[in-house]
Write a protein that binds this ligand. Structure first.
Ligand SMILES: Cc1ncc(C[n+]2csc(CCOP(=O)(O)OP(=O)(O)O)c2C)c(N)n1
Length: 819
């Protein structure tokens, strides 16, 4: 017999499921045993109660209500839908739903669907050695932890891009909605193409309160919220009721409103897919739901002082003063739990009653089992890797005759532009699984070849010739100036198994540094879950970097992302500083094949000398660092008087400039030059998960000499990062020339001199150490030092008088060393 999903009896099933998940969600905050005390007729005793109950209650019942209704929608419309909980601190919502639909037990067999398993689940919730109270990577069906609030909509949008049948059922907290990232993420519909992308169904959960404040939207009228959302292009609808305890009224309304939303989504997609609509600048008015579901709904109503809990901020975390050491509120707790009528829901052995269990969607239709939230594929299935073009066929031919020069074709000197030939090839070969993201910078960051084969995806009107490269379909998503959106979309895209790149101005990648932290934490925890598939790596490019800012200045100088990421567990982070176009190509070939990392690549977009042959670039990218023999005068295995090293584009130019100055003046000095591309190879951090790429101590000293060997190191970032790495290696002798937090609107070279990264300052430092260790005569050293000072004085005068750089810099190119 056909099921009547709109009937009262079916809504009663929804209600039963809701009560069951809410019962467990509330109970596991407090109990570590005896979860079904009234079903099994086993009175609660102190030992069943946690010593220190922690977790959140306020967000739960609204979210479990919505989750139950999402299940109904899946059953009614046979949807491919998954759940994103913006207020991820309601971890129980996804935990209890996945437990009751069977997914949890499939993923964690020890958590059986009986009394013992249920007790184990209670105990492990928000408990030492157990699971987090958020929708962490431990949670089946989750791809969004929601610990740091703000990204639910961006993640949802990223997840459904190029996933035309997918719907992201996305609960946005009304507190979360006040964050900058969430506020700007409503603009996502200006970029979602209903033809090729899936849909996001946002439900703004206006439960009225945050931790201890009301929310802004709770004090806005329906009319104001309607205007707000309509202004953004959405089609808003409301779920609300005057009598908050008339639950059937809520069910009836929710069913009606949500059905309409799904039918509208299907209509929008049909119009786009079959009738060619939304190709001319009309942005689809996607449904958004505003659900006014009270905070702490259906839970304890008042505290012992008589102040309201239900419908108040007081419901946010633990709503009762119940703990093992104080059972005075046990009665209130029991009344609350029994209000869900658990005897109607559960059997005494802990299993769900058949008629309740029957409500759950089946197989992969269960939101907790939807493959989209598990790297986009069935559990244990092999990932689909990108089909990559041969980067070597796109490389510059660098040899002895042109090394360290600017190539005749100016475009080939801009590393980012060289890289864009690779990206264009990747996009061509992978038309639905590769995208480039950014905050309006793809053009500025010189990924120009991309524009020859694709456009920026933009659903609003295109007004040519005033606009360029905007179209409803395109592999580039950079037409919203928001780092949060670019990062959030990329994360959603990546966590669902596709590959993307976010290219950002270096300093403004800091805008989302905590988002990258959250992503790192996710992949780190996900790696510990045997049932989780792995993910492609998250690829971040820092360009428009610290050492050349042209019309921008000091505000645009911040290479601190390097330090920020270096502080994380290094097994999940790769940071690359390729010094030229070939190395950048080789690094991306590696980055796109690597799994489950945060790849941070610092790259130049400015015309620069090119250095490395294809073979050298290959080795540098894959080994991570290398002694460069054409820039060294010491034989392999011999002790050097001094080691030069560099990481980054301008540091490499300047350090090699210093190598040449020293070699010209003191040809007998034995020098080794090491180019460092993969920063993590130098580190030797304490603690687990930190050593999968660390050099052995022997290899480190083979490169940098024993402690005491002078090492002049040109570095792109803040100096203390390299200092800490040498400290960890107990290597004394480091002279690092990095960014010293000085700069201005000035010439390209002056930016380097500001930080003493320039070759003259590096050479001065080198000679001082060579005099000290006797490799250079004192008088000769002093004369050299004066020569360097004179050049720097000239530099200072000419930049300030004429606004240009000196010929010692502009006319310089590499010439072979005297050996
Ligand atoms: C970016 C960020 N800022 C602050 C917090 C601390 N915090 C945790 S929960 C919360 C209130 C959340 O309110 P809302 O989004 O409405 O969720 P709900 O009411 O459903 O719990 C805050 C401020 C956070 N987790 N993330």
């Amino acid at each position: 017999m056909a099921v009547d999903f709109d009937s009262k009896s079916y809504l009663e099933k929804v209600d039963a499921w809701w009560r069951a998940t809410t019962y467990l969600s509330g109970g596991m905050i407090f109990l570590k045993d005896n979860p079904l005390f009234s079903v099994t007729n086993t009175p609660l005793k102190a030992d069943d109660v946690k010593v220190k109950p922690i977790g959140h209650w306020g967000t739960i019942s609204g979210q479990t209500f919505l989750y139950a209704h999402a299940n109904r929608l899946i059953n009614k419309y046979d949807l491919n839908m998954f759940y994103i909980g913006g207020p991820g601190h309601g971890g129980q919502v996804m935990v209890t739903n996945s437990y009751l639909d069977g997914t949890y037990t499939e993923d964690y067999p020890e958590i059986t669907q009986d009394l013992e398993g249920m007790a184990r689940l209670y105990k492990r919730f928000s408990f030492p050695g157990g699971i987090g109270s958020h929708m962490t990577a431990q949670t089946p069906g989750s791809l969004h932890e929601g610990g740091e609030l703000g990204y639910s909509l961006s993640h949802a949008t990223g997840a459904v891009l190029d996933n035309p049948d997918q719907i992201a059922f996305t609960v946005v907290g009304d507190g979360e909605a006040e964050t900058g990232p969430a506020a700007t993420a409503w603009n996502s519909i200006k970029f979602l193409n209903p033809k090729n992308d899936g849909a996001v169904l946002p439900i703004l959960d206006v439960n009225g309160f945050k931790i201890s404040n009301p929310t802004i939207s709770s004090r806005m009228s329906d009319e104001q919220l309607t205007k707000f959302f309509e202004g953004l292009g959405w089609s808003p609808r409301f779920i609300e009721n005057d009598d908050i305890h008339d639950y059937m009224a809520y069910h009836e309304l929710a069913a009606k409103v949500l059905d309409q939303a799904i039918e509208d989504i299907h209509q929008i997609q049909k119009d786009a897919r079959e009738n060619g609509k939304y190709e001319d600048g009309e942005v689809a008015a996607w449904p958004v739901i505003i659900a006014r579901l009270p905070k702490g709904w259906g839970g304890p109503t008042h505290n012992t002082k008589g102040e309201p809990i239900e419908g108040s901020f007081r419901a946010h975390q633990v709503p009762l003063d119940l703990k093992q050491g104080d059972l005075s509120q046990l009665g209130e707790f029991e009344d609350w739990m029994n209000s869900y009528k658990p005897t109607e829901l559960f059997n005494a052995d802990g299993s769900l009653k058949d008629e309740v269990a029957d409500f759950a969607p089946k197989g992969d239709k269960r939101m907790a089992a939807n493959p989209v939230a598990n790297g986009g594929r069935a559990k244990g299935a092999k990932p689909e890797m990108l089909d990559l073009p041969d980067w070597k066929s796109l490389a510059n031919d660098i040899n002895d005759s042109n090394r360290g020069t600017q190539l005749p074709d100016g475009n080939r000197n801009m590393d980012m532009n060289v890289l864009s030939t690779f990206f264009a090839g990747v996009a061509k070969k992978n038309p639905t699984s590769f995208r480039v993201f950014g905050p309006d910078e793809t053009m500025s960051n010189r990924l120009w070849e991309m524009f020859k084969m694709t456009n920026r995806q933009w659903m609003s009107k295109v007004e040519e010739p005033f606009d360029q490269y905007e179209a409803p379909e395109g592999r580039i998503l950079d037409a919203q100036l928001s780092e949060h959106q670019a990062e959030g979309w990329l994360e959603g895209y990546t966590l669902t198994g596709r590959t993307g790149v976010f290219a950002s101005y270096e300093s403004f990648l800091r805008v989302v540094d905590s988002m990258t932290t959250q992503h790192f934490k996710w992949i780190r925890q996900a790696a510990d879950q045997p049932w989780r598939n792995d993910y492609p790596s998250l690829n971040l490019i820092s360009t428009s970097t610290v050492f050349q800012q042209d019309h921008n200045g000091y505000t645009h100088q911040d290479p601190g992302m390097l330090t920020h990421l270096a502080e994380k567990k290094s097994n999940f982070v790769r940071q690359y500083l390729p010094a030229d176009g070939n190395t950048l190509l080789a690094v991306f070939d590696r980055a796109f094949k690597d799994r489950q990392k945060v790849n941070h690549i610092v790259a130049s977009k400015q015309p620069r000398q090119q250095w490395f042959s294809i073979d050298e670039a290959d080795e540098l990218a894959n080994e991570g660092l290398k002694v460069i023999d054409w820039a060294s005068t010491v034989a392999e295995g011999e002790d050097a008087d001094i080691v030069f090293a560099s990481a980054g584009v301008e540091p490499t130019i300047e350090t090699l400039g210093a190598v040449q100055l020293i070699n010209d003046a003191f040809p007998s000095v034995k020098m080794r030059y090491v180019n460092v591309v993969e920063l993590g190879r130098l580190q030797k951090k304490n603690g687990p998960l930190n050593d999968d790429r660390a050099l052995t101590d022997d290899k480190f000293s083979a490169l940098f000499g024993q402690s005491g060997t002078p090492v002049v190191f040109g570095f792109h970032g803040y100096e203390d990062l390299i200092e800490s790495m040498f400290y960890e290696r107990q290597h004394l002798g480091l002279h690092v020339h990095g960014y010293r937090e000085d700069g201005d609107i000035t010439t390209a070279y002056d930016m380097r001199v500001y930080s003493k990264l320039d070759r003259f300052n590096q050479a001065k430092d080198a000679v001082k150490t060579l005099v000290a260790n006797g490799a250079v005569d004192k008088a000769a050293g002093e004369a050299f030092d004066k020569k360097m000072d004179d050049i720097l004085a000239k530099h200072f005068k000419i930049t300030r008088d004429e606004g240009r750089d000196i010929e010692e810099f502009t006319k310089w190119s590499w010439s072979p060393l005297k050996k």
